[in-house]
Ligand binder design. Structure first.
Ligand code: ATP
Length: 246
């Protein structure tokens, strides 16, 4: 099953195309790294997939053909935006209560257990948490919804190296335990190298390379970071990797 499938997908803001002619199949069961320079169109692609942005042209479906933005799609996807929207003035427990009231599917025990394991006290003000703890709280809320697809837009940007590693370990654990597909955008290539099983490089509003990490490593004879950098530098469309790139 493809968790995201886009066909000739494009988004234009006034005269500028943020993303153009993006045809992509992202297979399920992976931790997908979406990388690309600033302004490449990563957020645009992700927000169209989760139904927050309407395409100018083309289409996108999720979770095996469900139209993006439809009620079934919204139910099955958890999206953590770049600036993880949390209420700073609420205690953690109240933040969870708000999230529970906003979501039909909600696993309170899962949320409580995670926060307990992470040592995040329920009575602490959200605004007083560290950057790493805030990111973990946003992830906890996303996972309590029991999604089939977790989409994270630059979750590592504001985190220090230790918090980054802890956060990615949490993502890997959740993907394994919950049989969850994950798509995350990031500039932190070194961190992705250890966890990503599928790579998409986006540059200039177009897909430069997409494929399973295993196959890309075999065909390029280089590490993930170097493969991504090569395609970012070249900026030339290629069909490396066998799964998707078109
Ligand atoms: P970054 O890594 O910096 O977050 P990105 O790859 O996520 O970048 P996008 O945020 O998708 O890139 O932006 C792609 C292009 O679309 C950029 O040129 C950006 O300026 C433009 N863009 C994005 N959102 C809007 C908007 N709401 N209005 C106008 N232009 C926009």
């Amino acid at each position: 099953m493809n968790v995201i499938e886009s066909t000739a997908l494009g988004k234009r803001y006034r005269r500028t195309w943020a993303l153009r002619d993006c045809t992509l199949d992202i297979p399920g069961g992976h931790i997908v790294a979406l990388v690309g320079p600033n302004g490449a169109g990563k957020t645009t692609l992700l927000t169209m997939a989760v139904g927050l942005t309407r395409p100018t042209e083309g289409g996108v479906t999720v979770l095996g053909g469900v139209p993006a933005g439809s009620p079934d799609a919204l139910e099955g996807i958890a999206f953590v935006a770049q600036d993880a929207p949390l209420y700073r003035n609420l205690p953690v427990a109240d933040m969870l209560r708000v999230a529970r009231n906003l979501n039909r599917c909600w696993d309170q025990r899962r949320a409580d257990d995670r926060l307990d394991r992470l040592g995040i006290p329920p009575r602490q003000q959200v605004g007083d948490l560290s950057g790493g703890q805030k990111a973990q709280l946003a992830l906890t809320i996303a996972l309590a919804r029991r999604p089939g697809l977790l989409v994270l837009d630059e979750p590592l940007a504001a985190l220090d190296p230790v918090a980054r590693e802890d956060f990615m370990a949490s993502v890997v654990e959740a993907a394994r335990e919950d049989d969850l597909s994950v798509v995350l955008s990031s500039h932190v290539l070194a961190e992705l190298e250890r966890v990503a099983t599928y790579l998409i490089v986006l540059a200039g509003g177009q897909v430069q390379v997409a494929g399973s990490v295993k196959e890309l490593l075999a065909s390029h004879g280089a590490g993930l970071e170097e493969i991504a950098l090569r395609h970012l530098r070249a900026g030339v469309p290629t069909t490396s990797g066998t799964d998707t790139a078109r």
